[in-house]
Design a binder for this molecule. Structure first.
Ligand code: ADP
Length: 359
């Protein structure tokens, strides 16, 4: 296993447009890091630069303390697992797994032993003589992982490996990847646009947006202290409620079409006329009575029944609001309700640049 350093890493595909604007990140040896962001934000490009499949336009990448900018992919000690695993269709599972070792002229007895060991660890022993066409999607993905593992790399790079699998299989494969990581301890970088996948897999996340890093942190850190409005909106399901507005002369927050929210605890940021975005997670929004102090009047739009709880989607003075509701009392579409938000749970972001404002 090896640490990975990214220092000022940039990429442009043509003279003008940078698609990665300068990434700085330190990935520790043995860590499982997930690069997360919407489609087109530069995740795969960054991963492919680590692998050596794309040249970097500026900056430096080091693996295990050694700068690899000029090294060929095969000299970097990385093994990559793709979404399109491109197994050799005419070879058996065993031959597919062992192919890289054969090319590297590893002697047959050692090759056999290594193939059997990884086949055992990913549960492929019963399928060694089958061809890829005779396997399910999940089994094929396992062959792709086994093929990467057999090379005993210093680093695993995963590029959206599970996006072709159905939801249930994805959950199972996630658990498998986590277990393999625990057993092997190999530094892993995993790219996905799926925030739930990212949150469940990662020791730490690198969250990207339009070629920039928005935040690097543990799943709990990015959830509890999102560094920007973008991260606040991207992490968490249902998404955080965001209210755009400004403070009036009395320090009351005015949002949407004349909505008023009393936020006594935001003392440090309540300058009259200051424009901010206030965020609150749906689980911190509660139903309350109309007379409760600082309550927010709203009208129910629709209700999502989840079994143990339900989500109330409502409209509050021109702003959307979603609340996790655990009460059993009657509620229906079109009904007027009142919400209260826990002041401790408020997140404040700059209206200008979207960065978090501490309070
Ligand atoms: P992601 O993995 O986050 O979906 P990518 O890293 O694949 O995003 O792409 C980032 C941006 O770079 C996108 O706007 C994409 O269109 C552009 N891009 C990717 N590959 C190339 C290429 N070979 N030539 C030109 N532009 C590219």
């Amino acid at each position: 296993m090896a640490a990975i350093s990214l220092r000022g890493v940039k990429k442009r595909y043509n003279a003008k447009t940078f698609v990665v604007h300068g990434v700085d990140a330190e990935i520790e040896a043995g860590e499982f890091v997930v690069i997360l962001g919407p489609s087109g934000c530069g995740k795969s490009t960054l991963l492919r630069m680590i692998a050596g499949l794309e040249e970097i336009s500026d900056g430096e990448i080091a693996i295990g303390g050694k700068v690899v900018n000029k090294l060929e992919p095969r000299e970097r000690g990385c093994a990559m697992v793709f979404q399109n695993y491109a197994l050799y269709p005419h070879m058996t599972v065993k031959q597919n797994i062992g192919y890289a070792l054969k090319v590297a002229k590893v002697a047959r007895p050692e090759r056999e032993a290594r193939v059997m060991k990884v086949a055992h660890s990913v549960g492929l022993e019963p399928y060694l003589d089958r061809r890829p066409g005779e396997l399910s999607g999940g089994q094929r993905q396992r062959v792709a992982m086994a093929r990467a593992m057999v090379r005993e790399p210093k680093v695993f790079l995963f590029d959206e490996p599970f996006s072709n699998l159905d939801a249930k299989l994805r959950v199972a494969m996630r658990a498998e990847v986590r277990r393999l990581h625990r057993d092997l301890g190999v530094t892993s970088v995993f790219v996905t646009h799926d925030q739930i996948e990212a949150m469940t897999l990662a020791d730490r996340l690198i969250i990207m947006n339009a070629g920039n890093v928005e935040q690097i942190g543990k799943p709990t850190e990015v959830y509890n202290k999102p560094a920007s409005r973008f991260v606040a909106d991207f992490i968490g399901s249902p998404a955080m409620n965001l209210f755009e507005g400004e403070f009036d002369a009395e320090g009351v927050f005015v949002y949407g079409q004349g909505g008023r929210m009393s936020v006594p605890q935001l003392n440090g940021v309540r300058a009259p006329g200051r424009k901010v975005v206030l965020g609150v997670r749906p689980e911190s929004v509660r139903r309350t009575g109309p007379d409760a102090q600082g309550s927010i009047p709203a009208v129910v739009d629709y209700i999502e029944e989840l079994g143990a709880s339900r989500l109330i989607h409502a409209e509050a003075n021109g702003s959307r609001i979603v609340a996790v509701d655990t009460e059993s009392s009657e509620i229906s579409t079109g009904m007027p309700v009142h919400f209260s938000v826990d002041n401790d749970a408020l997140h404040v972001f700059s209206a200008e640049n979207g960065r978090r404002i501490t309070h």
